[in-house]
Write a new protein. Structure first.
Length: 338
């Protein structure tokens, strides 16, 4: 199967499995796992922060950040199509007790004027606003990379208003590769950043939350609250270290293949909705074409992809998709479209 549903489907490569098997471990709740400590420090250094915290998933990492930055009843500013708001099971409201307030960005980026327009004045009738969240790359916009000058300008305004800033950087290494900068440069405006090891970096599980030492110390207790205190977690961290050292260096290959696939799909008469900057392609179908019917036929031909709804499809490139796979997927779709 040529699996284009997500980069979360990636299986750890052999060398990563060997690193897992050889990992030195200890009890991480007692902060005695040396491999976890290596990963957390390496992640913090790569993203330009003081300390890191291994979490079970990106959703957990984001929720830990929300719980650490804000208190129940606070308002948090989220981009309207953000992953935190749309795809994390309502944890911000249900678990953290936060009031989401939405701002519509352009491919995920919003400026200080848009932020100012949704900020409430000080008034006992309103919830206090304490946190602003952004997402890079922006999943719903097809893996778009946030406009960094706008991010910096918005972040500066947020700080003037006394607001904390969190980045859902699930695919921040894809963003850095596309922008040809170090990830720390993209993370600099934020107090905390979460990134996933289990997407394009191909680890089987795990994400890392980074920030100041004080923030991470507080976040560690929030992780425990969510059931995220892990014991001999070095077997997870070893995969993460390999992901940072090896898999993060090859993401431009996925981006190149995504652009090739997008061009081929356009050649078949399909509409690619996003500027393909990283590894995600959003397709919009027209006429009588149904995403569900089309994907059923494509899967029968050996290609899996993800329907967003009746007319929209998402494709994601990753290290297990080769140039030959792209060619074969296009050929199969061409035959289906007839």
């Amino acid at each position: 199967m040529i699996d284009l549903r997500s980069d979360t489907v990636t299986k750890p490569p052999l060398a990563m499995r060997e690193a897992i098997a050889a990992a030195e471990v200890g009890d991480d709740v007692f902060e005695e796992d040396p491999t976890v400590q290596r990963l957390e420090q390496a992640a913090a250094e790569r993203l330009g922060k003081e300390a890191g915290l291994l979490t079970a998933s990106g959703t957990m990492g984001n929720l830990v950040a929300l719980l650490t930055h804000a208190s129940p009843g606070d308002e948090v500013i989220l981009e309207a199509d953000s992953h935190i708001f749309n795809y994390e099971a309502g944890g911000a409201a249900r678990v953290a007790g936060l009031m989401p307030r939405l701002v519509s960005g352009r491919r995920g980026t919003f400026d200080s004027k848009q932020l100012a327009a949704v900020l409430r004045p000080d008034n006992i009738h309103f919830p206090p606003t304490t946190l602003v969240c952004m997402e890079n790359t922006h999943n719903a916009s097809g893996g778009s990379v946030l406009d960094q000058p706008t991010v910096q300008e918005t972040a500066a305004y947020a700080r003037e208003r006394g607001l904390a800033l969190h980045l859902d950087g699930a695919r921040i290494f894809n963003a850095a590769a596309a922008a040809d900068v170090e990830p720390a440069e993209l993370c600099e405006p934020f107090d905390s950043v979460m990134f996933c090891l289990s997407k394009g970096l191909a680890a089987p599980v795990g994400s890392v939350l980074v920030g100041s030492r004080g923030f991470i110390q507080k976040a560690r207790q929030r992780r425990k609250l969510l059931g995220g205190g892990m014991r001999q977690a070095g077997v997870i961290a070893a995969a993460g270290i390999y992901a940072l050292e090896v898999m993060a260096k090859r993401l431009t290959e996925d981006h190149r293949r995504a652009r090739c696939l997008a061009d081929a799909l356009t050649g078949l008469g399909l509409t690619v909705m996003n500027e393909v900057a990283t590894n995600i392609i959003n397709i919009r179908l027209s006429g009588d074409l149904s995403a569900y019917a089309l994907l059923s036929a494509w899967r029968s031909a050996g290609v899996a992809a993800l329907p967003r709804d009746e007319k929209n499809i998402r494709l994601v490139l990753h290290y297990e998709i080769s140039d030959d796979d792209v060619t074969a997927a296009v050929a199969a779709l061409a035959q289906i479209l007839g």
